[in-house]
Ligand binder design. Sequence first.
Ligand SMILES: *Cc1c(COP(=O)(O)O)cnc(C)c1O
Length: 402
Amino acid sequence: MKPYIPTEFSFDPDERGHFGKFGGRYVPETLMPILIELDEVYKQYRFDKTFWNEVNALYKDYVGRPSPLYKAQNISDEIGAEVYLKREDLNHTGAHKVNNTIAQGLLAKRMGKTKIIAETGAGQHGVATATVAALMGLECEVFMGAKDVERQQLNVFRMKLLGAKVHAVESGSKTLKDAMNDAIRHWVTHARDTFYVIGTAAGPHPYPLMVRDFQAIISYEAKAQLLEQANTLPDYVIACIGGGSNALGMFAHFIEEEKTECIGIEAGGKGLDSGDHGASLALGRPGVLHGQLSYLLQTDDGQVEEAYSVSAGLDYPGIGPEHSFLMEQGKVIYDSVTDDEAMDAFVWLSRTEGIVPAFESAHAIAYLKKMPKEKIKDKTIIISLSGRGDKDMIQAMEILKL
Ligand SMILES: *Cc1c(COP(=O)(O)O)cnc(C)c1O
């Protein structure tokens, strides 16, 4: 396979980061010059061979790419379709997030920064950032809601072990959205030596574009792998959506294929009419959060609502702006899967293929059973297995009575 380098997509945002009306840079005046500088730097490196040689070398020997495209024969037989899993769960640190932190870390080095900061919810992005900080000799501080610090102690310890400093954020609901607010605030006053590593395809421009480019290696590989293994393009590609980075990575190289339908799965939580879910596209309205205009879970008077999902990686009240655009353009189909459906799929994949998925990824797997049988009969389907379930074992033990 030829080494990965981003290509221009027809869905690239405009100069100021707009995907249609979504995206943009809704930030305090003091942050504007910092974002404009980053935008200039990214323009310089986006198609730069030397930069990408460095990224690709780490993808290969540090992350373990290309990740396999695995034909899940047992599941295929059971549902009567050809199901392939894109094994991001086999990456170093256990999920797709490291694809993004490696590239942003190298960008930070190119910019001469000595410190990186990150926001994290469950801790997965914090761990992926602390990992590259250790690798690249950068100081690392991670902002995490105090409530999340309390309930994700294993990941907090892992970040500390890797040498990062973890700030417990006490404001607001003490979760991810507050952590991201604090990270942005910290960045404003420390940007001279500090690079902000955002963990999903959200935030002010150029982050949604950058993160999507970095994750697009997922579909770059998957497309070549499927052509080689089955000499065909997929009928469907399916991925779960928190902020939307593994999904955009999985869709990028398929979105313009006539044959392929891309499907994004939001967290249905306890059900869309329960009030406890993370379905920003299904039930949100456009609004501004974390420097971007996008669909957002909010009250009638515009207060950001808390999201909920059994999987910590999907309970974000916002969503990357490109998804809002793709939904309104009808380019991607969006649906949701509940906690219960995801937990069934978590057990199902474990027992039919011997692969324990992350709770997040189990949402995408669950959709196989939700699709009408006649719609998937004999079709070729790729699912983004965004992460492994090791991190979810303690929670799984509490939920499943085995
Ligand atoms: C963080 C995470 C997600 C959700 O993030 P996206 O940006 O939507 O991809 C999904 N799966 C896993 C395993 C994660 O760690």
